[in-house]
Write a new protein. Sequence first.
Length: 763
Amino acid sequence: MIHSDFIHHNPKLHIFLPLYYTLWADSILTPTEIKEMEALIERQEWLGVEEKAWLLEKLNPTQPPKPKVLKAIRKEIQSLEIKELESLSSIGIALVRKYDPKLAFSQKTVLDFQNTERALGLLGKEAGYAFKSGHQTITTSHVAEQNFDINEMAKILDGKQAVLIRKVKTIIADPTFAYREFDSLKEQREQTLVWCQELAKQGFGAWAFPKFAGGKQDMEGYFTIMETLSYHDLSMVIKFGVQFGLWGMSIFFLGTDKHHQKYLKDVGSLKLPGCFAMTETGHGSNVRGLETTAIYNHSKKTFTIHTPNPDARKEYIGNAAMHGQMATVFAKLMIDGEDFGVNAFIVPLRDSQGNMEPGVSIEDCGRKMGLNGVDNGVIYFDQVEIPKENMLDRFSFVNEAGEFESPISSDNRRFFTMLGTLVGGRIGIPRSALSASKTGLTIAIRHGEKRRQFGPEGGEEVPILNYRMHQRRLMPPLASSYALHFALRYLTERFLNRTEEDAQEIEALAAGLKAYTTWFTTATLQECREACGGKGYLSENRIDALKNDTDVYTTFEGDNVVLMQLVAKNRLTEFKQEFGDINMFTIFNYVVSQAKTSITEKNPLIVRNTDQAHLLDMDFHLNAFKYRERAILASAAQRIKRHIDNGMDSFDAFNVVQHHLVNVGQAYIERIILEEFQKAVREAAGKGVQDALTQLCQLYALHTIEKNSGWYLEQGYMEGVKTKAIRKEVNQLCWEIRKNALALTDAFDIPESCIAAPIAKRN
């Protein structure tokens, strides 16, 4: 043993005990450690032969000291009540003096011990922490705070929809909506239907419908309901959206009064469950390429809906596999062999007892990655005959003479006008996705506050949210969730107040924010899962359901990559007619000078400026975002024009620059998000709330600039010294925002029954 009667009779040997304890603490002595200690012992001329032999004997790697010996040494050292940071040498000397106050060591000996400590990598005074209790550091003392009024922040987030949001949250927090495990797919789907029926009883399903159909004619309220419901089960949300949004709104927006009077009341009460049958096996985003046909028979005043080949079957159709009784079917209208493009028709699928209508065949899509409470199906039509009045005829119809008519003469314009009325789905989906992100962040941040791991020598374990990398993982998404909240509110307002003149711009804005938000949700929930470790992998903690159920959001309502190209094409042209046909898309006179910045923005001082006040300045952020947007847009325009001028077909030209086009869309959307976040900051009342929002806005801006730092360096808009300073400022903002992180998620005011994760339960 190291601790024995021998050492008590030789108190000067106590100087070695802190070194021995520290080296043996991990039960392994490396060859280097043995060599350094042997050399130290041999150099001590004040040691006798027997003492040296005894010390050397304790360096045998095959005979480590027993645990109780190490504990005894630690206890003895701790009895010194070390108050200041000390090196192992000074602790050893203090231990010697405890037993013999008269003993002293030469300066040469003290230096020798200190040099050995350094050679062993024991960090000098840092090693003394091993014997201290209650060791406090900057990291351990960092704790959650609340520097603003949570209720005031919640009021800002809820805005004028606060009363409706409170009502929806109260309903989904009711025991009727308690989560449960399901023994079968059928059981899960039936429960999802029951939940939607309960929501319909509350009037939520018909909310946007006319008053005669039990609604409030409140489209903004409908979006709010969808967003708030998304704190609960997402299968319920999507089934709700299919029934009342896609099925109901297609009748409302594409049909006329006769359709509204006949169907909307039963749709809103869920007496008439239905589907939205657009997507085909062979055609997803390219709606104009749909192959299902609707052949008009003038003598019978009917349309015959038919699936001409397997690629034309309607696939992934929600509500189809079990519950749907009717569907809005998108099909090519054929009159006397002539194709009049894609139109919409109401087609019966089942009777009220669930029996399939003649000519209709439906297959179950089966289990999916997520959203298994939604009964997706594949629909085939075999010469299904429907009456003439089942054509949704707001934008086109067949007259009494059997001729096609439309108030919109252009086929392209009519087609995109028809689809433009359904752009609401691209508002509901990102708002739903953002709610899922908020839930995931709430779970991960609460866990990060409660979960303690590691800590300084001699100190307690610290919350993992105190670790800089953990903050780096969760604080930027938290800031982005606030940023997107205000951006999606702006999109909703623009959509509700749209005119014919700005319809295309709003469609592009909706497409871009849908893509940007759902990509953000997918990335954020993965980060939340990893940040919760193994606990995040357990289904009981809900992140798996959030991840799986929102994964399809990136292709719901259009594939995100395709949508971002739509945004770019909108940004690349000002004219509105024939905007859907890229073969007619021309770019000849785009003003490249838009991309040039003022001398002020790119002078030698600005590109290197690292002052904190400058880096946190909102004008600097917005100018940087605008510059990137303009420059990428101008570059894309130049590239496409150059390809076309060199004889390349416009279709090929766009294909060559697809990656560039996605960047055009993202830069535009990020600028919009930042503008709306800055506007929200300026309008916020109360210093505490405004300060908290300001920090979040600064983090969103700088983190986005940091992600694109390579581009800014290439452009000469910044130099390396500035991008490094931005990285440092992002770290500091994460550190500061961490204090309010719990409060910032509390402001989401998600019902505890909806969070439902054991790792996120309040203490």
